[in-house]
Design a protein around this ligand. Structure first.
Ligand SMILES: [Mn+2]
Length: 313
């Protein structure tokens, strides 16, 4: 990478279209012929453009127009993957809406409401979601929505050098435990562990969860507290709960000597910070009143917290 090849990595937008425009303008992007562009930089979106926020359509319009004009790249988030699974009919026979009343409808309710009168436009965005790569790999950095698991992604990238899936892959990925499911699920949702004895966590959004999200940068984790990575705290008695061997084997480790990796997904809070010198999470809960966060990358091998840029919701 040299001068003129800087990348601005942008975390989960979740329908905060107005906030996204503010962030792009703050970073010096200008709207030309309806498309945001920067003289010397490109944006990379980390996925989860849709659901929850008030301006899903605007967020999609801003990002798709940038990607089509070559001023931005994007990877698929678990919310785009979810929309594809729910709305792309069985065997690719057409687009359907999710079943009314289920969890999917709740997760997607804002998106579906905002596209209620534009089903054709929604269908065109679904086609576009299918074109999003699961990950991006450059000489100096990598990008994925939630996790880079080399043992799964290397064979996937050998078969799919552009990182993209298709309808057949998507259909196979709906089968729990299939190779396709493992790649899609691991890359867009990361790793999770189940609380013992049927315990549940009541999360901020009111849901009851029997699993917790775990990170992938602890070198030799000993306890649940060493790997938990989510805003909802573990019940205190589980902070020191020892990891079993089979749990430790299911975790992923992204080594400190690997090239920098950018992810979103984890609903971080507060002032952006770096968990390690080569991993940045850029999801700071914009849609929950937090921050929409970017990292302005210029090829450095050690990331620098001074390169975060954000707008507050
Ligand atoms: Mn996500």
């Amino acid at each position: 990478m040299g001068i003129g090849e800087g990348f601005d990595l942008i975390g989960d937008v979740h329908g905060c279209g107005d906030l996204l425009e503010n962030l792009l303008e703050k970073m010096g992007y200008q709207r030309r012929d309806g498309v945001y562009a920067h003289d010397s930089r490109r944006a990379i979106f980390l996925g989860d453009l849709i659901d929850r926020g008030p301006h899903v359509q605007k967020a999609l319009e801003v990002v798709r127009s940038m990607v089509e004009a070559g001023t931005a790249l994007v990877v698929m988030g678990n919310h785009e993957a979810h929309a594809l699974k729910e709305c792309l009919g069985q065997g690719g026979r057409g687009f359907t809406m999710p079943r009314v009343g289920g969890r999917s409808e709740r997760v997607m309710s804002e998106t579906l409401r905002q596209f209620e009168r534009a089903p054709g436009l929604w269908a065109s965005y679904l086609e576009w979601f299918l074109e999003m790569p699961l990950c991006l790999e450059f000489e100096h950095f990598r990008v994925a929505h939630a996790c880079w698991d080399e043992t799964l992604l290397r064979p996937f990238l050998n078969d799919h050098p552009d990182g993209r899936i298709d309808r057949h892959f998507l259909a196979a990925a709906s089968i729990q435990g299939s190779p396709e499911h493992r790649v899609l699920d691991r890359t867009t949702r990361g790793t999770q562990l189940r609380l013992p004895n049927g315990q549940v966590i009541r999360s901020m959004d009111g849901a009851r969860r029997s699993v917790f999200r775990t990170h992938f940068w602890a070198r030799s984790p000993q306890s649940y507290g060493d790997v938990v990575f989510q805003p909802d705290p573990l019940p205190p008695e589980f902070e020191d709960h020892p990891l079993r061997d089979d749990e430790r084997r299911r975790l992923v480790h992204y080594g400190a000597s690997q090239r920098p990796l950018f992810v979103g997904h984890y609903w971080c809070e507060g002032i952006p910070s770096l968990p390690t010198a080569n991993i940045a999470c850029l999801d700071y809960s914009a849609v929950r009143g937090g921050r929409l966060v970017a990292y302005r990358f210029d090829g450095e091998s050690a990331l620098d917290a001074g390169r975060f840029c954000w707008v507050s919701a």
